[in-house]
Every structure is written in C-alpha cells, then in structure tokens.
Write a protein that binds this ligand. Structure first.
Ligand code: NCD
Length: 311
C-alpha cells in the first residue's frame, strides 16, 4: 500500500499510485457495506470530529457513517454559516478543538484555502470535505471509483464535465484527478461559467453540448452554484436548460454506453432532466453515493495508519 500523506487536503498533492491505493481499499469497504454486519474496528479508540461551516447533506452523512462503521467516536459540530467569521476565529476554533485531542478532523468551509490553513494549526489528520471553489478530494475519489467500476478502467476515457465549472470544487478536483490518471477531460458550459486559466490543466473547452459530448464515455453534470455567484452569470434557468441541460437528445451525442453522473444536490429541469437522472441504465448517481461512504472509509483508514506511525 502506498499512501504517505498526513492529510487529505486535495487531489493536487496525490501521486497516481496513492489514488489507486485509496480506490483499491475502498473496494474492500464496498463489500463490507453490502454485507449484513457493516462494522470494522480499524478506527476504534479514535475520535473523529466533523466541522461543517457550510450546509451539507450527503457529504456530512457519508463521513459520519464512514467513521461509525469503522468504530471511531464521531462528533458532528454544527457550524451555522451566520456565525461564520474568518481569520483568527477559524484558527481559534481549530486550537480549541485541538485541545480536545481529535484524531481525524473533517472540515468543509466556504473559503478556498481555509482547510489547508487549519491543517497547519492542529496535530491530527485533516480531511477536506470541500473548501470554497478549491478542492473536494473525496468527491473526486468517489467519482473515480464509480467510473472505474462502470467502465472497467480509469485511464484513456473521455470525460465531459458540464455546467458551472467556475464555481465548482468538484470540477476542479475531478479534472486534476482525471488528468493524473491520463484521461481526456472536456469542460462544457457558457463562457461566463468557465474559470480563468483553464487551459493550464490541459482540458478542452466547449460552449456547445453537441460538440463537447461527442464520443464521451462519461457525462458529469454540475449544479449552478448560485451561492457563489455575485451577479448575472446566466440569462435564465429556462434558457440555460435549453442550451446546457442534459436531456435524452443531448445525451445522444455521447457514446451509446456513456454513463451519467451528478455529485448532488440536483436541480431537475435546470442542469438535468429528471428522467435521465433516474434512468438506471445510464445514471450512476445512486452508485456515487454508495461509493462515497466506501471511499471515505478508505481515506480515513489510510490516514489513521499514518497517524499511528507518526506517534
Ligand atoms: C457538491 C459540493 O458541495 O461541492 N456537493 C457534494 O459534495 N455532494 C456539489 C454542489 O454543492 O453542487
């Protein structure tokens, strides 16, 4: 097993071998989660604290379940976004928590870079559960596992990521991971929702679904991140759906066996047609949720091993 990191702050610092190590171990946890007794004690005696400074349904539930299935003592701290302050307050919170001797700290924060900052101040393993528009590493890992299981490989695939790329940490972590594993990544969306400097990641950029989806093996749809927009980025939801919403006709441009993904939460009728999302022959959206628990178990297991070595 090759996984030397102390924290999981992003995909950027990971080596392809480390990515494969997480995915291989996660396969083992998929089996455990499908068995009748879903329990292991690899994190027994360890304390996991979940700190979500931003709303979350599936990611928080997934991390909580992952920790509990591995036998950790799990605590959820509800950090209301209204009481959220930056700078010293975040660091003070970190120091307070650190004094309680947690072993694993799972953090989501609306500011890009906040989780990295926090990791410098504590002596436990920190997992980034999404920071601003920067990274969401466990999402990219669960997406990678879902793709690998559906396609039988995680290299030389054409993956189209569509929608609000500019505000999406999911897109960013995914394009870094898919690039490291030697896939071809296409970004599709209106120019107003494309980040600056996207060319440096070696992706192809399209503002037309037909051209962008042609020959794609994987179609990954993203939500419009309205909470991160501070102006008119799109004309209207109706027009957006017409041009970029995934329906049967647009999906027809991709390969006949292309899979459809979405990290959730979904806005049916805005970026995706409900019948496509529910089509069990094409959509792997529920499988992504299942893989999420397994990948988080694997990530926390590996970080805990490194933690024990350090102590
Ligand atoms: C994503 C997130 O929070 O970045 N959701 C998730 O983790 N399941 C994507 C989103 O909010 O649209």
């Amino acid at each position: 097993m090759t996984f030397t990191a102390r924290h999981l702050l992003g995909i950027e610092p990971l080596h392809p071998v480390e990515i494969t190590t997480v995915l291989d171990l996660a396969e083992h946890y998929v089996d455990l989660n499908r068995s009748s007794v879903k329990h292991s004690d690899v994190l027994a005696g360890l304390t996991q604290i979940n700190m979500f400074f931003e709303a979350s349904t599936r990611t928080q539930a997934s991390f909580e379940l992952a920790g509990k299935r591995l036998g950790a003592d799990v605590m959820n701290m509800a950090m209301a976004s209204s009481s959220l302050k930056k700078g010293e307050t975040l660091i003070d919170t970190a120091l307070t928590l650190n004094a309680m001797h947690p072993d694993l700290l799972v953090v989501r924060h609306p500011a890009s870079g906040a989780v990295n900052l926090l990791a410098e101040k504590v002596n436990c393993a920190v997992l980034n559960a999404g920071d601003g528009r920067h990274e969401h590493p466990t999402q990219a890992l669960l997406d990678a596992l879902t793709i690998r299981r559906a396609k039988g490989r995680l290299h030389r695939l054409t993956v189209a990521i569509c929608g609000d790329i500019a505000h999406s940490r999911v897109a960013r972590s995914n394009l870094i991971l898919l690039g490291k594993m030697e896939n071809r990544v296409r970004l599709i969306g209106p120019p107003t929702l494309m980040p600056a400097g996207v060319a440096e990641f070696g992706c192809e950029v399209f503002d037309d679904m037909r051209a962008g989806l042609e020959g794609a093996d994987v179609v990954m749809m993203l939500r419009l991140q309205r909470e991160r927009m501070d102006g008119g980025f799109i004309p209207s939801e109706r027009e957006y759906y017409h041009r970029f919403g995934l329906d049967a006709e647009k999906l027809g441009y991709a390969k006949p066996d292309a899979i459809v993904m979405h990290p959730g939460p979904m806005n049916r009728g805005v970026e995706i047609d409900g019948t496509i999302a529910d089509d069990i022959n094409r959509s792997v959206i529920q499988e992504q949720v299942e893989m999420g628990v397994a990948v988080r178990m694997a990530a926390m297991d590996l970080l805990a091993r490194n933690l024990r070595k350090d102590r």
